[in-house]
Design a protein around this ligand. Structure first.
Ligand code: AMP
Ligand code: MG
Length: 310
């Protein structure tokens, strides 16, 4: 049958040490995909089924993470960082993968051009304010990496300024990891042809017009400069405990499946259980049972409860 070990899928997607060349990674590839008839016959349907199964598992891990923070003060959290070219599938990934979890335990943040207030601070300021709290699962739709991507491609700051940011990002992420943040940094890798097709698809369907951004057409002209900027970000900010993953993303069904695997692998490492509670369960059960059924009554003498007067 068709399941894989998430840890093995993760190994295949992990960016190795040294220089990165995205042009050598097939955007239509399917690393780690199981063989099997069911997968070959109907990859989309198979992926949907697998996503439902993995989604339920993710939801279980997430609940234990949330419970451990709430009851036992566990500081750990998971942060999925999504980066991609325009139309790369960040929104779809949030919908399909993050959508499987409980909104109550999530913090999803999209980063656009910085506001005036944000520009008045260091580039990591707005990132620090958007982090998931202990017990939460965070998702960044774009991130601090824009500050060495679009900012570099368009020369929005002097070269020496963005050059200095790689080390700052590494130090920042090292800090995050040391305070219990599990970082999953994912670059959704699409081809320029796939991007063009997605732009055309958006224009062809009136219910998708709202997704079309005319600025994306101009941005496409900078494709090679972006790939170069990505290559540098992926190789220069690729620490052992904050590694990058490149997910071939021309096929949406593979992309969703792969990112779900990355999240599952991370959660599995955390070995989350339900926390010990700070009360005696038997004692509490006896109290509740002693009440009997029906509407609870106030204990103590009725009518003697006074309003709090000052
Ligand atoms: P979207 O993700 O389609 O909503 O677009 C958000 C836009 O904000 C993209 O064009 C990003 O490149 C841009 N953006 C995000 N972060 C920054 C940043 N730090 N500086 C400049 N532009 C940014
Ligand atoms: Mg866009």
């Amino acid at each position: 049958m068709g399941t894989s070990d998430p840890a093995e899928v993760r190994e295949l997607l992990r960016v190795g040490p040294g220089p990165v060349d995205l042009s050598g990674i097939d955007t239509r590839g399917t690393p780690g995909l199981p063989g099997g008839k069911a997968v070959r016959r109907d990859p989309k349907g198979w992926s949907q089924g697998e996503l439902a199964r993995m989604g339920a598992e993710l939801a279980g891990h997430q609940e234990r993470l949330y419970a451990s923070a709430k009851v036992a003060g566990d500081q750990r959290r998971v942060l999925l960082v999504l980066q991609a070219m325009d139309c790369g599938g960040k929104d779809g990934t949030v919908k399909h993968v993050a959508g499987a979890m409980n909104p109550l335990g999530m913090r999803i943040v999209a980063f656009g051009p910085p506001t005036e207030e944000e520009l008045a601070h260091d580039f990591l300021w707005r990132i620090g304010r958007a982090l998931p709290a202990p017990g939460q699962v965070g998702v960044f739709n774009r991130s601090h990496y824009e500050d060495v991507l679009i900012v570099r491609v368009h020369g929005l700051v002097p070269r020496r300024t963005w050059q200095a940011r790689y080390n700052k990002i590494n130090a920042f992420e090292r800090d995050l990891v040391s305070t219990g943040v599990v970082l999953i940094k994912v670059m959704l890798h699409i081809s320029p042809e796939e991007q063009r097709q997605r732009l055309l698809d958006r224009l062809a369907d009136p219910t998708k017009h709202w997704k079309f951004n005319p600025a994306d057409v101009a941005e496409r002209q900078h494709w090679p400069a972006y790939q170069e900027a990505y290559n540098d970000a992926l190789s220069r900010c690729n620490a052992t405990d904050a590694p990058w993953y490149v997910v071939p993303a021309d096929r949406k069904w593979y992309r969703n499946w792969a990112v779900a695997n990355l999240m599952l692998a991370a959660f599995t490492d955390l070995k989350l259980g339900y926390p010990e509670v700070p009360f005696d369960v038997a004692e509490q059960r006896a109290r509740v049972e002693a009440e009997g059924s029906g509407t609870p009554r106030a204990t103590g003498t009725p009518g003697k409860r006074k309003m709090n007067r000052r």
